[in-house]
Design a protein around this ligand. Structure first.
Ligand SMILES: [Zn+2]
Ligand SMILES: [Zn+2]
Length: 332
C-alpha cells in the first residue's frame, strides 16, 4: 500500500509498504479521508518530540475492510471514525476518564502507524460507527473538533462572555465557532495574517481584528476568556495582557517544548487570572464532536483544500503561504 513516511527531520517520501493485518481485537480501516494537522508539519520540521521514522496522520475516517479475531460488533463495509489516542483502560488516569494521561499513552501517527496511508490497523475500542450515508469529509474533523471541545470543557461557562481567540487557523476558527454556538456575547478572532481572517469572515461571518493592540478598544474592555491557539510563546504571554481580572486564558496551541516566557507571577496573583492548559482529547469529547458533526455541517466549510496522498509536496507549498484553512487527503 501507499504511505507517506517521514524518515527523519525535514524529509518525506511516498513509499510502498506492506498492508497491515488485523491482530486480535483489531480491525483494518481502509482510509477514506485523512486530515493534515499542524502538528504533522511540526513533526516534519523537528519541532515536536517524537522518534523517526514515522507515518503521520491521526485525523481519519474510512471503511472497515477486515475484522480481526475476537471482534464481534464490527463488520466489513461499515463507515467509521477513529479516536486516535491509544490507552490501556486500566491505569489510574484511564480509570479517572483521563485517557490522554494514560501511563501507556500512544496515538496514531505518533507512536504507531498513522493514516497518511491507505490502510491502518485499529483496536476495536477506538472505532466509532457512522451512519451508512455519513459524509466522511465532515467526520474527518472529529479529532480537531474534539480537541477544541476538550479545551473549552476546561473553561467556566462561555455564555454572555467576551472571548478572544488568538490564531485563525482551523483550530482557532473551530474555537470561535464553538464559542459563538455556546452563547458568547462577542467572539473576536485575532491573527497577524489577514488572509485567514478574511476567509473566516467570509465563510462563517466571524468578527476579526488584525491589530493586537486594538483588541481592548474593540471589545470596550478586556476579554473574559482568551484562547491561545497559535502555539507561539510570545502570544501566550501577551494573552495575559488582554484578559480581565478573574478571567481565563486557555493555552491550547502547542508551543515549542523548551521555550520559556518572562511571566510575572505577581500579575497572575493580583488579578486572579486562571491559566488553563489543554492537551488532546478524551473519548467523551470524541463522541460529542461526532454528534455535533452529525447535527450540522457548517464545520465542513473549514476544509478548503483536498489532496491525493502523492500531492503532499503541493500541500507543503500552500502551507508556506498560509492561504488555506483545513487541508485533508482524500482516497478512492
Ligand atoms: Zn490534529
Ligand atoms: Zn491507561
Amino acid at each position: 500500500m501507499k504511505a507517506i513516511v517521514f524518515p527523519k527531520v525535514g524529509e518525506y517520501r511516498v513509499d510502498d509498504i506492506p498492508e497491515p493485518e488485523p491482530q486480535e481485537g483489531q480491525v483494518i480501516v481502509k482510509v477514506k479521508t485523512s486530515g493534515i494537522c499542524g502538528t504533522d508539519v511540526h513533526i516534519l520540521r523537528g519541532e515536536f518530540p517524537i522518534s523517526f521514522p514515522v507515518i503521520p496522520g491521526h485525523e481519519f475516517t474510512g471503511v472497515i475492510s477486515k475484522v480481526g479475531r475476537g471482534v464481534k460488533a464490527l463488520k466489513e463495509g461499515k463507515l467509521v471514525a477513529i479516536e486516535p489516542n491509544l490507552w490501556c483502560g486500566r491505569c489510574e488516569f484511564c480509570r479517572r476518564g483521563l485517557t490522554n494521561y494514560c501511563a501507556d499513552f500512544g496515538a496514531f501517527g505518533f507512536t504507531t502507524q498513522g493514516a497518511y496511508a491507505e490502510y491502518v490497523a485499529v483496536p476495536a475500542k477506538n472505532i466509532y460507527l457512522l451512519p451508512d450515508d455519513a459524509d466522511l469529509e465532515t467526520f474527518s474533523l472529529a479529532e480537531p473538533l474534539s480537541c477544541v471541545l476538550h479545551g473549552q470543557s476546561k473553561l467556566s461557562s462561555i455564555l454572555g462572555k467576551k472571548v478572544v481567540v488568538l490564531g485563525a487557523g482551523p483550530i482557532g476558527v473551530l474555537h470561535a465557532l464553538i464559542g459563538r454556538m455556546r452563547g458568547a456575547s462577542r467572539v473576536l478572532l485575532y491573527s497577524r495574517g489577514v488572509y485567514r481572517l478574511e476567509l473566516a469572515q467570509r465563510l462563517f461571518g466571524l468578527e476579526y481584528i488584525e491589530s493586537f493592540d486594538g483588541i481592548i478598544d474593540s471589545l470596550g474592555g478586556k476579554a473574559d476568556i482568551v484562547i491561545e491557539s497559535t502555539g507561539s510563546t510570545t502570544m501566550a504571554l501577551r494573552a495575559l495582557d488582554i484578559v480581565k481580572n478573574c478571567g481565563e486564558v486557555l493555552y491550547f496551541g502547542a508551543p515549542p517544548s523548551e521555550q520559556t516566557i518572562p511571566l510575572i507571577p505577581f500579575y497572575i496573583y493580583r488579578n486572579e487570572i486562571k491559566v488553563i492548559g489543554s492537551f488532546s482529547l478524551v473519548s467523551k469529547d470524541f463522541l460529542s464532536a461526532l454528534s455535533l458533526l452529525q447535527e450540522q455541517n457548517e464545520f465542513k466549510k473549514t476544509i478548503t483544500h483536498r489532496f491525493r496522498l502523492d500531492e503532499f509536496g503541493k500541500f507543503l507549498e500552500i502551507e508556506k503561504t498560509r492561504k488555506f484553512l483545513k487541508a485533508i487527503f482524500i482516497f478512492d
